[in-house]
Ligand binder design. Structure first.
Ligand code: CDP
Length: 315
C-alpha cells in the first residue's frame, strides 16, 4: 500500500511545482516545460544511440532477411530462424519513411481522458499513436479523437476478444475500421505464444483486404529499450506499451505530446475517482508493469522539456 501512496505523493508534488510555470494556456492544463534545447537532445540522442528506433523498432524485409535468428525479448532462450514464409509477412519498405514528424501524440488509455474534451487537440497532431486497440466510437471521439497513424495490439486482446482468430475473423477486421489505414504494431516475437496469433492477424488482414497495415515489433529493439530504461533506474518486469511508444515517438518526432497517461485512482485536479481506462475499469497487472514509476520518469522528461504531458481538461 505504501509504495503507490508514496509514488502518488511525489507525483503530486512534482506536478504542483511546475504548474506555476504553465507556458501555453492554449493547450489547457499542460504542465510547465523548459525551452532549453540542451535538455531536449540528451535523452533523444541517448535513445537513438542505444535503441536505433528509426531503423530497428520494427521488423522489415530490409532489416531482417531470411535466415536471421530472432531472439524473443520476453523469453531469452527462445529463438526463431526466419524462413521464407515468415519473411513474406514482414513489412515491405520503411514504415517511417526517412523523415521525422513535427508533432506526435501518444494516447495512453488512462481514465483521465474520459470527459477531457481533448479529441480535437489529439487529432490536430501530425502523427497519432494509440495503444492496444482502444475503442474510438462516437461516444469517445470528443475526448480521445479519432485519427490514428499507428496502433498497437497486444496478442492477449486477440485471444480474449477474437477467440485467438481461430474461428470466424470478420468481427476482428470490422473492429479495425476506425483505425483507417494505420499501422497495426504487434509484438509477434516477444513470447512464443504471440507468434501464431500475430501471423493469423496478418493473414486475416491480407485475406480480407483490410487497409490496416500489420507490422511486427523488432524484439531486439524491445530488448535494448528495456536495457535503456533500466540504465535510467526504472525497475520493471515489462515496460508498458505506453512508455515503449513514447520512447519510439521521441526518436520519430520533434514534439512529443502525451495524453491519457495517469496511472492513479484520483484526478490530479478535481480529485474525483477515475477508472483505470477511459473505456473500462480493468486493472493493470502490477506484477509485470510499474506504471507509477514509469510515470515519474515521464514527468521528469516533461519538466526537462523533452515531452509534454497533458492532464486535465482541454479548451
Ligand atoms: O497493455 P498495457 O497494460 O501496457 O496498457 P493499457 O492499459 O492498454 O494502456 C496503454 C498505456 O496507457 C499504458 O501502457 C500506460 O502507459 C498508459 N496508462 C496510464 O498511464 N494510466 C492508466 N490509468 C492506464 C494506462
Amino acid at each position: 500500500i505504501l509504495k503507490p501512496l508514496l509514488s502518488l505523493m511525489i507525483t503530486i508534488l512534482l506536478l504542483v511545482i511546475p504548474l506555476r510555470h504553465e507556458t501555453e494556456p492554449h493547450f489547457g492544463y499542460i504542465l510547465c516545460c523548459t525551452e532549453s534545447s540542451d535538455y531536449l537532445w540528451v535523452p533523444r540522442s541517448q535513445l537513438s544511440a542505444k535503441c536505433h528506433g528509426l531503423e530497428k523498432a520494427t521488423i522489415t524485409q530490409a532489416n531482417t532477411p531470411v535466415g536471421t535468428k530472432l531472439v524473443y525479448d520476453g523469453e531469452k532462450k527462445r529463438t526463431l530462424q526466419v524462413n521464407p514464409e515468415i519473411f513474406s509477412t514482414f513489412f515491405k519498405g520503411h514504415p517511417f519513411p526517412n523523415k521525422t514528424w513535427h508533432t506526435c501524440v501518444v494516447v495512453g488509455n488512462g481514465g483521465i481522458l474520459a470527459n477531457s474534451s481533448c479529441g480535437k487537440m489529439i487529432d490536430s497532431a501530425e502523427f497519432v499513436i494509440r495503444c492496444n486497440l482502444p475503442p474510438l466510437s462516437n461516444e469517445y471521439e470528443k475526448h480521445v479523437g479519432i485519427n490514428t497513424d499507428l496502433v498497437t495490439a497486444n496478442p492477449s486482446i486477440l485471444m480474449e476478444k477474437f477467440g485467438a482468430l481461430m474461428g470466424r475473423r470478420r468481427k476482428f477486421v470490422e473492429s479495425l475500421r476506425s483505425y483507417g489505414d494505420s499501422l497495426l504494431l504487434l509484438p509477434a516475437f516477444s513470447f512464443g505464444h504471440n507468434t501464431p496469433v500475430s501471423l493469423r492477424a496478418f493473414y486475416t488482414l491480407e485475406d480480407f483486404k483490410s487497409p490496416v497495415r500489420p507490422i511486427f515489433f523488432n524484439p531486439g529493439y524491445l530488448h535494448n529499450l528495456a536495457l535503456f530504461w533500466r540504465s535510467q533506474g526504472l525497475r520493471t518486469i515489462r515496460l508498458s506499451t505506453g512508455i515503449i511508444m513514447t520512447s519510439l515517438a521521441l526518436e520519430l518526432c520533434d514534439n512529443v505530446q502525451l495524453y491519457g497517461f495517469w496511472p492513479f485512482d484520483f484526478h490530479p485536479y478535481s480529485f474525483q475517482t477515475l477508472t483505470n481506462h477511459y473505456y473500462d475499469d480493468r486493472k493493470t497487472k502490477t506484477k509485470f508493469h510499474a506504471m507509477p514509476d514509469e510515470f515519474n520518469h515521464l514527468l521528469r522528461l516533461h519538466s526537462q522539456g523533452v515531452l509534454k504531458l497533458h492532464l486535465g481538461h482541454c479548451k
